[in-house]
Design a protein. Structure first.
Length: 239
């Protein structure tokens, strides 16, 4: 089947964006948006749907196995990983592909997610003392480790914006992990920053739960992080 990818493009150092369509002949039922973008870029001078020469489409990818988060973009209005978006999910055969909108656009589908990592640094999400994981917390720690920092959760968050005081769900998995492993005395500063930059700004819309490509239960992580950082309640040890 032939698919049409309508891509929102932007030149480097240019503010104006424009739509450009490309056609792609699917090779298998498992073809994804990432497959199409890769194929379209195999030519040094790809042709658009009108048969006109165009420049290669700039986008980011790495593992293409839902493990790195590099290929996050907005596909048909929903933030997704391009490697996880099957073309045959489209009922019309046309897909609208855009860059994430909560981050500055670098070029085409590539965005600058520096603010996401800067926020992690502000929260100082690394242990300064030896941490110990209790057996009853291993399931929670494992789920926290599933976060790939793709930014899809921030794309749908009504309260997050770049450079804003609210850091969003992207910081919660790592915070939950440290709050679970460290003693209250050792995580005091992390808890203070969490209360300021996450708890205080979260409206509990939980839109993040519906779009997480790793299917992380963000509500569960929020409940645990809030209990430890805000309400100062440690998870009781199982009998």
């Amino acid at each position: 089947m032939t698919y049409t990818l309508k891509i929102l493009r932007r030149e480097r150092n240019v503010q104006a964006s424009y739509w450009e369509s490309f056609t792609y002949e699917a090779v298998s039922e498992g073809d994804t948006v990432a497959s199409a973008l890769t194929a379209l870029n195999t030519s040094t001078s790809p042709k658009n749907a009108e048969g006109e020469s165009s420049r290669p489409i700039e986008w980011e990818c790495s593992c293409l196995q839902k493990r790195c988060g590099a290929c996050a973009m907005v596909i048909d209005g929903r933030p997704r990983l391009a490697c996880d978006a099957l073309l045959n999910e489209s009922k019309t055969g046309e897909l609208r592909v855009e860059p994430l909108r909560k981050f500055p656009v670098v070029c085409d589908l590539t965005v600058d997610r520096t603010i996401l990592y800067d926020n992690l640094k502000t929260l100082r999400l690394w242990p300064s003392v030896e941490a110990e994981l209790a057996d009853e917390c291993r399931d929670l720690a494992y789920e926290s480790s599933e976060c790939i920092q793709c930014g899809c959760c921030l794309e749908v968050c009504p309260n997050f914006y770049a450079e804003g005081p609210f850091f969003g769900m992207a910081t919660v998995p790592l915070t939950t992990r440290l709050l679970t492993e460290l003693s209250p005395a050792d995580y005091r500063e992390i808890a203070r920053q969490y209360a300021k930059h996450t708890f205080a700004g979260c409206g509990k819309s939980l839109a993040c739960k519906d779009v997480c490509p790793r299917r992380i239960d963000t509500e569960k992580l929020l409940v645990n992080a809030n209990a430890l950082a805000v309400w100062k309640r440690k998870k009781e040890k199982r009998k």
